[in-house]
Design a protein around this ligand. Structure first.
Ligand code: A3P
Length: 359
């Protein structure tokens, strides 16, 4: 097990870290990083946060209930409906996050394949330290979300964001925040994964049902269509990253879940080139790409003990809820033709003349 012990040097006013192991290259599994005996992954922000954050009074922002949650609500910040707990993170990310030029950020709306892409990106970027076929690969003992830190939680308060400082470069992180909430400077790379909206809606509902089995689909469907759904409106979230990928293709890669399903190896090669670690001929011949795809396949991730049992660190949902069907077109099993048409019409209207379609 490649555990990195980090101790804080209290005699230095700047945050400094010393590694017990020889300095590794990133990304390293976030769960393995222990600072002052605190497990960095397991501590999450408090449920609610309405205080003042810098000069934004969170409790004064427009609010709506969050479907499937009695404890958290949505707040509209800069045109996006964010979980109230994460509004401070949006503010903190914009104001205090200092990306390194070689940082890689995975971005997505929930239920678009974030977990899968986190696993693929981690396995690809860390393959020199952790060969995908290795019996001690971190993804065989840790959830992908324990390997890749979640920016939204780290920036949500309590100074947790400083934990990112100890990570060796290149760092790999993930967020559900809209592109508008990420800092412009720094030149880091962002990989966005987008999914057909009807399938995303069904996946979100099924996920919520893992905590509230009685939840009707209609509540989730209506909130998504209205735009007032977690991190929504979904069309603005998608378009923010789509336009950024058109304007700055060297900084923002726009991937699609359905294409990843059809050609995982081709997309892993694209991802590796984009983050600056293309596969060599020797690696191709040795089957490294195939190994990564296999290691991160739904069947493989689902069979790992940590992904079958327990709850997401600091959150209330069972980890197994992250690995369900993993197909395209499941919406047809849950939507009436009218519902499907209504959502398709919204998408067609919002994406008109943008060059992006879901046909
Ligand atoms: P379904 O609910 O449609 O099955 P996220 O990680 O953003 O929460 O997305 C979850 C969705 O990705 C779920 O979709 C889940 O089954 C699917 N998924 C998770 N791991 C996957 C993998 N390795 N390959 C394909 N799909 C995967």
């Amino acid at each position: 097990m490649h555990t990195l012990s980090i101790t804080w040097q209290s005699n230095n006013s700047n945050t400094m870290a010393t590694n017990a192991a020889s300095a590794p290259a990133g990304p390293i599994p976030f769960k393995d990083v222990v600072v002052d005996n605190v497990d960095l992954v397991a501590t999450m922000p408090a449920e609610r946060s309405s205080e003042d954050h810098d000069d934004v009074l969170v409790s004064a922002l427009p609010s709506k209930p969050m479907v499937g949650s009695t404890q958290n609500k949505l707040r509209c910040y800069l045109g996006f409906w964010l979980p109230e707990t994460f509004v401070p993170a949006a503010i903190g990310l914009q104001r205090r996050f200092v990306p390194r030029p070689d940082d890689v950020i995975i971005a997505s709306l929930p239920k678009c394949g974030t977990t899968w892409l986190n696993a693929l990106a981690f396995a690809t970027m860390a393959r020199r330290c952790y060969p995908p076929a290795g019996a001690d690969h971190p993804l065989l003992r840790l959830s992908p979300h324990q390997c890749v830190p979640f920016l939204d939680a780290l920036f949500a308060g309590g100074g947790r964001e400083a934990r990112l400082d100890v990570l060796p470069s290149p760092r790999l992180m993930y967020t559900h925040m809209p592109h508008e909430m990420l800092p412009r400077a720094g030149g880091c790379r962002v990989v966005y994964i987008c999914r057909e909206p009807k399938d995303t809606a069904v996946s979100l509902w099924q996920f919520r049902r893992s905590m509230h089995p009685e939840l009707p689909f209609l509540d989730t469907f209506e909130s998504i269509c209205s735009g007032a759904n977690t991190y929504g409106p979904f069309w603005d979230h998608i378009l923010g990253y789509w336009r950024a990928s058109e304007s700055w293709p060297e900084n923002v890669l726009f991937l699609r879940y359905e294409k990843l399903l059809r050609d995982p190896a081709g997309n892993v090669r694209k991802l590796a080139r984009f983050v600056g670690v293309p596969f060599s001929e020797a690696e191709e011949e040795a089957g490294v790409v195939r190994g990564i795809v296999e290691l991160c396949s739904l069947g493989s991730l689902r069979s790992v003990e940590v992904n079958r049992t327990g709850y997401m660190d600091g959150l209330k949902f069972p980890r197994k809820a992250l690995f369900r069907k993993g197909v395209a077109g499941d919406w047809a099993n849950h939507m009436t033709p009218e519902m499907a048409r209504r959502m398709d019409d919204i998408v067609a209207d919002k994406l008109r003349a943008t060059g992006l379609t879901f046909q």
